[in-house]
Ligand binder design. Sequence first.
Ligand code: KIV
Length: 271
Amino acid sequence: MSRATPVRRRTLADLQRMAAAGERIAMLAVSDATFAALAERGGVHALLVGDSLANTVQGRETTLPVTLEEMVYHTRCVARGSREAFLLADLPFGSFEGSPATAFAAAARLLEAGAQMVKIEGGAPWVAETVAFLTARHVPVCAHLGLTPQAVHEFGGYRVQGRAPEDAARLLAEARRLAEAGAALLVLECIPRALAARVTTEVEIVTIGIGAGAATHGQVLVAYDLLGLTPPPRPRFVRDFLAPAASAEAAVRAYVEAVAAGRFPGAAESY
Ligand code: KIV
């Protein structure tokens, strides 16, 4: 009699084991059940309910207006559409800055909706304090440094971060601070690939890059970008995997394979 292996969700420990074994992690940002299921069929290891759904789903200019209620709704949709991938969700702008206790209340809503981890942008000391507060209360945290879109008005636009030596040194110090505070994953967005490689080798944390070169432990892309659905101009780090593929599922699989083989992103897709 054959017994089917029970399906279980990947855990943070699974992702940490992959990173330690040198197996690259493929993450996809999705916001609904259909895309979540598609991503899983394509072999993606982790799903992010990112606040970029403000741009892709809601047609907004920035990620700032997304509410916690909306993030909870989309997290539920993605949780229902998936069974195996590790699931993390963004703490949206305005949901965590007030105090660590406010951040915990927001994180609890996302975990109740099905997330296994929350992502928080920034590396200032108060963000690290919040990370420590959350992790002490059983909320796994993914940090996010570099081009953090919630700080777009401070940056004056969507620009590569960490190019100047003093900015690179600050980012490295922030990564250390967040890891010491208990963050287990770190998204590095739009930074020079040499800096991402340094963070990956020098800081005790699993790194996931987007526009940060191929030396990180894993990659994340927004599903709409991977499928070539985002209208131009597209950032340099975006590759349309659908154009050469026979189906959307084949495109996701090609992404997972390219990440695994270190073929994505290429030099021309990095800074
Ligand atoms: O919101 C999002 O989709 C993200 C990824 C681009 C990292 O934060």
